[in-house]
Design a protein around this ligand. Sequence first.
Ligand SMILES: Cc1ncc(C[n+]2csc(CCOP(=O)(O)OP(=O)(O)O)c2C)c(N)n1
Ligand code: SF4
Ligand SMILES: [Mg+2]
Length: 283
Amino acid sequence: MSNIRDFDGYKPTWCPGCGDWGIGAALKIAFSQLGFTPSSIVVVFGIGCSGNMNDFLNAYAVHSLHGRAIPNAIGVKLANHKLPVIVVAGDGDCYGEGGNHLIHAARGNHDITVIVHDNRVYGLTTGQVAPTAQKGFKSKSTPVGIIESPINPLSLALTQGATFVAQAFAGDTLHTIEIIKKAIEHKGFSIVNILQPCVTFNKVNTYDYYLKRLYKLTADYQADNYQIAIKKTTEMNEEKFPLGIIYQVRRPTYTEQLTQLNKNTLTEKERYLDFNLLFSDFV
Ligand SMILES: Cc1ncc(C[n+]2csc(CCOP(=O)(O)OP(=O)(O)O)c2C)c(N)n1
Ligand code: SF4
Ligand SMILES: [Mg+2]
């Protein structure tokens, strides 16, 4: 185990009581329990209150554009597939503006871990509606209630080929740590949807709201059964929240199927393009 404090960045500016605190702590503890150091991993952040963790967590990191955390992470992984690559993004980032990237990362079984702070709202921009908000949710951008039905992120990831699909609750740090660790250890595309109360801009999906509706999967749950997993994810449509690993199977990852990367990572290869040559005419 490495030192948890090594992952400390600046003091977080999250609102008191925000679920992001629990997720931030869970990530640092998971990293340290996995024996990582800040320079042995790469974390790619989206834009949002969740993405602001870029400043609060010390590690090699990219604070990407809104909705573009996943393609940046895939790029890092393709350059050096031996590195653990973790995405930390909000629901708006990952299921809204970046929803297309989620689909293609899942179907490619890219070996990255996506941690989603699902607070059902755009937190950083002060409370517009997000794609996971329940139909009728009133927000700054939907004053009379959102018309669309919510995205079911678990069903979406599962049906598009994700080989690890899990859910956690920001109010249960110990359980979240265990799920994050298993997601990172999984070989292939993994996603953890974390139910995260936004105490400032979402007065509906509170800690109490989730505590009344969530439950943990039992030890005899068969996580390798696709049909059972599909059924489990659809419980979300009725506002019932299973916590734990809903689906996990082992399939070849993207880079495992790329013959050029069978032996070495791209960064280890002797012959690579010297990008300075491209710019030599301009300097
Ligand atoms: C390309 C682009 N579009 C829109 C924005 C404005 N913007 C910043 S954060 C954000 C929403 C963040 O919501 P979410 O991803 O759910 O993160 P949260 O703040 O809730 O953690 C938006 C729309 C932006 N910065 N860049
Ligand atoms: S606005 Fe919401 S999501 Fe953002 S820090 Fe405050 S409570 Fe957390
Ligand atoms: Mg959000």
